[in-house]
Write a protein that binds this ligand. Structure first.
Ligand SMILES: C[S@@+](CC[C@H](N)C(=O)[O-])C[C@H]1O[C@@H](n2cnc3c(N)ncnc32)[C@H](O)[C@@H]1O
Length: 290
């Protein structure tokens, strides 16, 4: 097992190892997370919902406040994680994809993208991208590639897709199909940052035969409860979340061929067992082919 990453991770060093809290992050914006445990972060809240241990009191407080408003939020997180694994398995096994650009990595947990992809196709290449220093530290410690494949980690912001594409090109061959994975991240991008344009920019960079996979918290499933849970998170966490309805999420796939069963609750996207379907979510998920 080998990994080719440490050089890239030095992007986070100034912040992760004693840099100024709140200092501008990878895209030079001052609203990117720093290594601050006093404020809840999306990655660590999600880790708590998944039963992980890489979270702090502020994260647990925000996570519990959301659960109190909408108890389904934790099962939704698990359903989302299972969706991610099923999508990667499908792409590697059935669609023949060998390159993955996974933006919004999250703190590594079970069945990470490269593990699922490389168990089906060991030569798979995965580029992980996240803008939270804590994610990149854990990624370095926990993620290791199969010798036949390659993984890389970028400290970059989805709101700067040009920088992501530029750095990812050191590992991925953009003349061959790539799966763009935007799993549980786009709801952290508000309208002011034009998330549709960001997705278009990424999709434009990959050839025909590539895929786009998205999951996104829904505004139109259990609407009142999810709105209250989101309002609480927006008060307590670094990131602000923007929910979108079925039409709003479908729009991200404009111009692409949406695979069956279309945009559905993540647990209804090709579940392999009734057990998987039991984790109900308020999260839309879908996969499309370019
Ligand atoms: C809820 S986690 C999802 C993790 C994983 N994709 C999954 O679905 O299991 C969302 C991740 O997106 C990251 N994130 C949010 N906004 C981002 C941005 N603008 N650029 C890069 N990463 C971002 C957060 O730091 C967090 O790690």
């Amino acid at each position: 097992m080998a990994t080719r990453a440490p050089g890239r991770l030095c992007y986070v060093c100034p912040v992760a190892f004693g840099g100024e809290a709140g200092a501008a992050g990878p895209a030079g914006r001052d609203d990117q997370p720093s290594f601050d445990t006093s404020v809840a972060h999306q990655a660590r809240i999600y880790d708590y919902w998944l039963g992980g241990k890489d979270n702090y009191a502020a994260d647990r407080k925000a996570a519990e406040a959301a659960i109190a408003a909408y108890p389904g939020v934790a099962t939704g997180a698990r359903a989302n994680r299972q969706f991610l694994a099923r999508v990667v398995r499908y792409l590697a096994r059935e669609a023949g994809i060998r390159q993955f650009l996974d933006v919004g990595t999250g703190i590594p947990t079970a069945s990470n993208t490269h593990e699922v992809a490389q168990s089906a196709a060991p030569d798979s290449r995965v580029v992980y991208v996240d803008y939270d220093p804590i994610v990149l530290i854990h990624a370095r410690a926990l993620l290791a590639s199969h010798d036949d494949g390659l993984i890389d980690y970028l400290d970059a912001d989805l709101r700067d897709p040009a920088a992501i594409l530029d750095q990812a090109a050191q590992t991925l061959d953009f003349s061959r199909p790539v799966a763009i994975m935007l799993i549980a991240i786009l709801h952290a991008i508000g309208a002011e940052d034009d998330p549709y344009q960001i997705v278009t920019r990424l999709v434009d960079a990959v050839p025909a035969g590539s895929y786009l996979a998205i999951s996104h918290v829904a505004s139109d499933i259990d609407a009142e409860k999810i709105a209250e849970a989101t309002a609480r998170l927006n008060q307590l966490s670094h990131q602000h979340f923007t929910l979108r309805d079925h039409a709003g999420v479908t729009r991200f796939f404009d111009g692409l061929e949406l695979l069956e069963p279309g945009l559905v609750r993540v647990e209804d996207w090709r579940p392999v067992s009734q057990l998987e379907r039991r984790n109900r979510s308020a999260v839309w998920g879908g996969v499309a082919r370019k």
